[in-house]
Design a protein. Structure first.
Ligand SMILES: Cc1cc2nc3c(=O)[nH]c(=O)nc-3n(C[C@H](O)[C@H](O)[C@H](O)COP(=O)(O)OP(=O)(O)OC[C@H]3O[C@@H](n4cnc5c(N)ncnc54)[C@H](O)[C@@H]3O)c2cc1C
Length: 508
């Protein structure tokens, strides 16, 4: 008797979700083809070099260390990841170093209030008005303290930098659905040696056993019912057509928002509503390298395991009055000193995080410029010099304080990244949790027509918008397909239950 043919499963996208999905499907006996628009794997997990050092253009944090498969992979691959503890400094709106006791007091208030906001959102989500923002919540709480007016203002100015976690201003962050920003328990670790080996590990099975087709930009996904049976037909921009029994679509939410008409027949209304309702954030990064870490004025360097160093690790620049910027755009910034990383990962580079309208404005300014060109460097230096020149040790005449290389991300110009960074949940959202559940279950699409969604925007609630969430979503979609076509469930991790709220705070 002839053996039963292996089901043919297509996956659109070779990011973490697609690669993990392929891994599980292959382990369970499916024949897997991955159609990837780019000429590489990884999607938003991607590295580039600055001044001879490898850096992550997408994620560089692991959010939550407990029972997090990405943390386990980091350990297994000897990836160096650490909680970058150390001195945090704030630069006031008029460009002065804020008294460090005050900075600590404001930071403690903000973290405690963020925890309270998660708790409030978890327990009162149903009754919280859709227009209430995270900022409203923090503002109300700061008014109830006995802080001085100066301290209250510092708390409110500092809390706005939480925008860099969600990828948009916190005045737009929904309080009702703030619980969907909550992360896995444990610390937030910075991946000092980059996500490179983590990606290689996740991709191993797919690279060895899937049929990966690069430069295959999918433009049409059809699911006709023929003789009561569905079939999935995928067309790429180059005109190639691929037929599958089942298809997993891992294109980012931002891509789905712009390409709902790629699906034939039309996507079910519930899925269209979900795609429209959830927002897509705008986080960007700028790496800027100097001949030496001039801000490290304390020669007692932690990288060499001596006493704790007084060198700054994080610097926050509150809404500045000392540099011009477009009206109505928040221009506050946050940077991390990569000189604070453990040896051998440390280098004299500052990593600036920009978000929301400010990130969009910066990306627009460099959109047409060649990376590394004189004009590109000049535009970015003009934007950032007002900030890094406020760091300790800065001397305008010293060559140590002149940048040698600058590298900025432009995810908002990248259609394959959905022209943004990751999903977020903004005010006026009414059914955010149900929207995510609809995308996961593929209501009216997966069981009926063989098309399933995966990707960070379909992750378990505790991991939405993260690499861990993308990884779990790939597993989940593989299990859905296996269940439907009658394959096993080998290699899938512990089931996760969304009804259990996690206790830890932390964004992307
Ligand atoms: C700046 C930035 C910082 C971040 N920081 C963190 C962090 O610190 N920690 C963290 O955990 N997460 C972070 N994230 C989020 C994290 O990168 C994502 O959650 C995760 O990488 C998403 O994986 P994915 O597989 O869902 O999507 P992707 O990685 O985007 O994979 C989708 C794949 O589909 C391909 N594709 C898209 N459209 C098509 C098409 N039409 N046809 C064929 N292929 C297509 C893309 O090229 C891509 O390879 C960050 C993201 C950004 C952008």
């Amino acid at each position: 008797m002839a053996a039963k043919a292996k089901p043919r499963v297509g996956i659109v996208g070779a990011g973490i979700a697609g690669l993990r999905c392929a891994d599980i499907l292959i382990q369970n006996g499916a024949r897997v083809t991955i159609l990837e628009a780019r000429g590489r794997i990884g999607g938003r997990v991607h590295q580039s070099e600055i001044a001879g050092h490898l850096v992550d253009l997408g994620p560089n944090w692991i959010h939550g260390t407990e029972e997090n498969p990405i943390m386990d992979i980091a350990d297994a691959t000897k990836t160096i990841a650490r909680d970058p503890e150390g001195r945090n400094i704030s630069i006031s709106c008029d460009g002065q170093l804020v008294d460090e006791q005050l900075t600590t007091k404001a930071a403690e208030f903000i973290w405690t209030t963020i925890e309270k906001a998660f708790e409030y959102s978890n327990h009162h989500g149903d009754s919280i008005p859709v227009e209430r923002s995270l900022f409203d919540f923090i503002q109300e709480h700061v008014q109830k303290t006995n802080f001085s007016d100066k301290e209250k203002k510092l708390c409110l100015d500092s809390c706005k930098l939480w925008g860099a976690y969600v990828g948009d201003p916190i005045e737009r962050q929904s309080l009702k659905f703030f619980r969907l920003e909550e992360c896995i328990d444990g610390n937030n670790y910075f991946v000092a040696s980059t996500y490179k080996r983590i990606l290689e590990h996740v991709a191993k099975t797919a690279l060895a056993q899937a049929d990966i087709r690069f430069k295959q930009h999918v433009i049409k996904i059809e699911a006709p019912q023929i003789d009561g049976k569905h079939q999935v037909k995928v067309t790429t921009a180059s005109g190639d057509i691929h037929d599958f029994d089942e298809l997993v679509v891992t294109c980012p939410l931002g891509w789905l928002k712009r390409n709902t008409e790629a699906f034939h027949p039309r996507l079910p209304d519930r899925l269209l509503e979900a795609i429209k309702s959830i927002s897509y954030g705008r986080l960007e990064k700028v790496y800027i390298t100097f001949p030496e870490a001039f801000w490290n004025t304390d020669s007692n360097d932690t990288a060499h395991n001596k006493q704790p160093s007084a060198n700054p690790v994080f610097a926050q620049f509150l809404e500045p009055t000392y540099t011009s910027h477009p009206k109505d755009i928040q221009w506050n910034q946050e940077c991390l000193s990569l000189a604070s990383l453990p040896t051998p990962c440390a280098h004299p580079t500052l990593l600036f995080y920009t978000y929301g309208p400010c990130a969009t404005n910066i990306v627009e300014q460099i959109a047409d410029l060649v990376e590394g060109s004189e004009k590109y460097n000049q535009v970015l230096t003009t934007i950032l010099e007002p900030f890094y020149s406020k760091l300790p040790g800065y001397n305008p005449t010293s060559t140590s304080c002149k940048p040698t290389s600058i590298l900025a991300t432009r995810w908002q110009k990248d259609p394959y990244a959905g022209n943004g960074s990751y999903c977020n949940f903004q005010v006026d959202l009414t059914t955010g949790d149900k929207d995510i559940e609809a995308l996961r279950s593929g209501v009216g699409l997966g069981p009926e027509r063989g098309i399933w969604f995966a990707g960070e925007h379909t992750a378990p609630f505790v991991a939405l918008g993260t690499t861990t969430g993308a990884y779990w979503s790939g597993e989940r979609a593989a299990v859905q397909v296996c269940g439907k076509v009658g394959l096993g469930r080998i290699g899938v991790g512990v089931a996760r239950d969304d009804s259990l709220p996690s206790a830890s705070a932390g964004g992307k």
